[in-house]
Design a protein around this ligand. Structure first.
Ligand SMILES: Cc1ncc(COP(=O)(O)O)c(C=O)c1O
Length: 476
């Protein structure tokens, strides 16, 4: 029996045979690598680790949300709750979702669940029969591929992002693009495609999928009859006046969509494990049956919170007032801060073009710059012996105290890229961290006998100008 690598690496040898599909179960590197970062941090090797690896939110949960939770606990709302989510809670979510998506969503279309991620497994266990194919984005959020491979090994196809080569497009911050023509090709070459995963704004790139692309995908849905997992968990974190566009807003697509959303990112509630899914009522019925078998129900106190974020909740003789407006004001400020940091990091990294080529920050709190030219440097290849973005990520952490994630953790197309999260604190991590990483890369360029576009002595000044541009001149 082949033991999964994540066990054998730790020396575990099970004394019985185990599910061979575990060999195909991947991971979300952000969690494992986080432990590595803490190890290096605790070793005291560096005065500080600059953290660009986290998938967690910078801000903390808004106070009014915490107060609802405290009130619910004081009311002893601590027993089992409703397996689908209390009707009024689902009604509040449905009313809000109908408003923001411009299509009628009913409570029967809503499942309250332990965070957004739960919807991935429910969908893969419900919709995929033997021989069906699943398309995931590459690069993309790794849990899709991991669980799809675990449950349906060999049935996964990749919608690979097109690498932009046009210099004027690159100058405008477009480096990767998911093109419908590539998707059409997958449909022409494969039978039984049942499911397509779309995530926008996207982890790991921070890109948003344009309305026109989504409308073209909807045409393919009509033609080929497949479902879309539409993951818009970062839907409110969008920049530059862009508007998030939902697949549900396209007429008829509610019948073909599993919409993964929740409270983790927008409301800075990652640790609460609270989310919801919007889907056709027959699918919610199946998901509810699976929910009973898996987790019974979402924590009752959190069900009250989930409802109060969008409207009033009455339960067991207690009344919980809506916190919608106060909370929206607070999180809108969080989004302004994300936008500033995203613009700053993108521009700072592009100071070292063409060695680093970074896309424009469109949404979420990620950027996905290409470090291919850094990896191609003589000193990096020959003297340091770094062969991949994974090697570079490890070297940056262990030798220079900068934590990032490697692009290939998000798929084959991520090779040569590094994922930067800018969720962390601006003064402690983002600003000094950018200065530090630029100096590190300049050192690599110079040691290779090449000439960078800026010198080490210029970094503080150049970054200082960007600090003024993004953080000082336009205070909110
Ligand atoms: C694209 C995407 N989908 C889903 C999730 C999971 O969200 P949750 O923490 O609500 O399970 C994440 C978390 O990082 C994500 O980036």
């Amino acid at each position: 029996m082949q033991i999964p690598k994540f066990l054998s690496d730790k020396g575990f040898v099970p004394n019985v045979t185990i599910n061979p599909a575990l060999n195909y179960l991947g991971t979300e590197t952000a969690f494992g690598f986080g432990a590595e970062v803490i190890k290096v941090e605790n070793s005291g090797k560096f005065p500080q680790i600059y953290k660009f690896h986290v998938g967690d939110t910078g801000p903390t949960t808004p106070e009014p949300i915490i107060n609802v939770a405290i009130e619910a606990l004081k009311n002893k709302q601590t027993k089992y709750g409703h397996f689908l989510g209390y009707p009024q809670v689902r009604q509040n979510i449905a009313t809000y979702w109908s408003q923001v998506r411009g299509v009628e969503i009913k409570p029967e279309n809503i499942l309250l669940e332990p965070a957004g991620k739960s919807a991935i497994e429910l969908t893969l266990q419900t919709l995929i029969a033997p021989g069906d194919k699943i398309i995931v984005q590459d690069p993309g959020y790794p849990v899709y591929e991991s669980l799809a491979e675990f449950y349906h090994h060999g049935q996964v196809l990749h919608w690979q992002a097109h690498k932009e080569t046009n210099p004027s497009a690159i100058a405008q911050g477009k480096t990767l693009e998911f093109r419908v023509e590539d998707l059409e090709k997958l449909f022409s070459e494969n039978q039984n495609i049942k499911l397509l995963v779309i995530n926008t704004p996207q982890n790991p790139t921070g890109m948003m999928m344009p309305k026109e692309t989504l409308e073209q995908v909807a045409e393919l849905v009509k033609q080929h009859k497949f479902f879309v997992i539409f993951d818009d968990i970062y839907d409110q974190i969008v920049f530059g006046g862009r508007k998030h566009f939902s697949f549900l807003s396209i007429p008829g697509m509610l019948d073909w969509t599993v919409n993964l959303n929740g409270y983790s990112k927008n409301y800075a509630m990652t640790g609460w494990r609270l989310g919801f899914t919007v889907a056709p009522a027959w699918l919610i019925e199946i998901f509810g049956r699976l929910a009973i078998n898996k987790w019974s129900n979402v924590n009752k106190m959190e069900q009250i919170v989930a409802g109060a974020i969008y409207g009033d909740v009455d339960l067991d003789g207690y009344h919980y007032k809506s916190v919608k407006d106060e909370v929206q004001k607070i999180i809108n400020q969080d989004f302004v801060e994300y936008e500033k940091k995203g613009g700053f990091v993108s521009e700072a990294l592009n100071l070292l073009k063409p060695y680093i080529v970074c896309n424009e920050a469109e949404g979420a709190f990620y950027l996905f710059p290409s470090f291919q030219r850094v990896l191609d440097l003589k000193y990096v290849k020959e003297d340091l012996g770094l062969k991949s973005d994974v090697d570079l990520r490890n070297w940056l952490l262990n030798e220079r105290g900068v934590a990032t994630l490697s692009g290939s953790d998000f798929g084959e197309m991520g090779r040569g890229y590094i994922r930067f999260s800018y969720a962390e604190d601006r003064e402690r991590h983002i600003i000094p961290g950018m200065k530090h990483i630029l100096k590190v890369v300049i050192e690599l360029i110079e040691k290779s006998g090449e000439v960078p576009s800026i010198k080490v002595e210029e970094v503080d000044g150049k970054v200082g100008e960007l600090v003024k541009k993004y953080f000082v001149d336009n205070l909110y």
